[in-house]
Ligand binder design. Structure first.
Ligand code: CA
Ligand code: CA
Length: 352
């Protein structure tokens, strides 16, 4: 009798524990599945390996984050624009003023995003080379964007063409340039336009990140200026030198050690709250979106997809040639999709 009672008690206890465990699991699961509920997305982020191109990717759970900027240039007196939408003439003015008052980063808003994964690192030359090998063997019909120029080749500009910058006397004087400066395996691929980035991402079974996804991955949820926080520190990312002028022999010219792009992941202490590397500087990164300077004033607050059309595509993060203000996480920039430059690369994202 006692034995049967004891067994019954044990079964009931085990059953209760089971229900409790299932409840905890379900609660956790549902909170992770719904946008805006995850309390600490950085703690819930995890790393995966994407088989096709061997990239490390960070899976970021659905969450809310602070997007955009409310402050004026940190080095200038504050000139707040207020919460009202910009009037048409003000929008025009922002084209000239955006660089110092961050008008295209306004208004600052809380935006929610569905879960996604994003590359931990900028796409490297070694990875891009495998894409080129495939395209050389099989063509790019399966990967090319419908608007891709018909005569286009995906070879990065500086892999086979002498850097035209070096024709400039100032650069020729100072730059220890050689043919591998832009093609080392562990450096980010540069000299690629938006169509190259699009095609690589599609080849890899991924896509380009939206501008909003990129910003969340760079700054986390709290609206910080740089991936590591609100205070500028030398040596946490690769930017332009802190002294004006191009003379790299000047003392302290490059505190971060690189004139052009550094190998990806060279500044782990400057990683974002999610662990993404080189979100500030190194190379600027193509995003999926068209750029419009007043888009934040009318963008949906959940999964903003970017404007439907435009003339230029968004680039983010600033580069080895930019100053601290231009490598802020909220900084928006753009180029026409055919543009190629030694400062411009990309990383990929994918749905979860
Ligand atoms: Ca540098
Ligand atoms: Ca970067």
């Amino acid at each position: 009798m006692m034995k049967r009672q004891r067994r019954l008690t044990m079964l009931l206890t085990a059953g209760c524990l089971g229900v409790a465990a299932a409840t905890v699991w379900l609660t956790h699961r549902s909170s992770a599945d719904e946008p805006g509920i995850t309390s600490d997305p950085a703690a819930d982020a995890r790393t995966i390996i994407h088989a096709k191109d061997g990239s490390e990717m960070i899976v970021i759970p659905a969450t809310q984050f602070v997007r955009g900027t409310n402050e004026s240039h940190p080095d200038l007196p504050d000139k707040p624009l207020g919460d009202k939408p910009l009037r048409p003439y003000e929008v025009l003015l922002t084209r000239a003023d955006a660089a110092w008052r961050h008008a295209d980063e306004r208004p600052q808003r809380t935006v929610s995003l569905s879960s996604f994964a994003i590359d931990k690192y900028e796409v490297t030359n070694a990875q891009y080379r495998r894409f080129l090998d495939d395209v050389a063997a099989n063509g790019d019909e399966r990967y090319r964007h419908p608007d891709q120029p018909s005569d286009k080749d995906h070879t990065p500009r500086y892999w086979r063409q002498y850097n035209p910058l070096l024709a400039h006397a100032n650069y020729r004087r100072i730059v220890p340039f050689h043919q591998y400066t832009f093609s080392d395996d562990d450096k980010p691929v540069v000299g690629v336009d938006w169509f190259d980035a699009y095609a690589y991402a599609k080849w890899a079974g991924k896509r380009l990140p939206t501008e909003a996804e990129w910003e969340l991955a760079a700054r986390g949820t709290d609206g910080r200026r740089w991936p590591w926080g609100n205070d500028w520190q030398w040596g946490l990312c690769n930017t332009g030198g802190e002294k004006k002028g191009l003379d790299v022999s000047a003392t302290g010219r490059e505190k971060d050690g690189y004139i052009y792009a550094a190998p990806v992941g060279s500044y782990p202490a400057g990683n974002s709250p999610f662990g993404c590397a080189d979100m500030a500087g190194n190379v600027s990164e193509w995003c999926a979106d068209w750029y419009q300077n007043d888009y934040y004033q009318r963008a949906p607050q959940h999964d903003p997809p970017g404007p439907a059309t435009g003339d230029a595509r968004v680039i983010r993060g600033g580069s080895s040639q930019r100053a601290a203000n231009s490598v802020r996480c909220a900084k928006r920039a753009f180029y026409e999709p055919e543009f190629r430059n030694f400062t411009l690369g990309f990383r990929c994202a994918k749905d979860q």
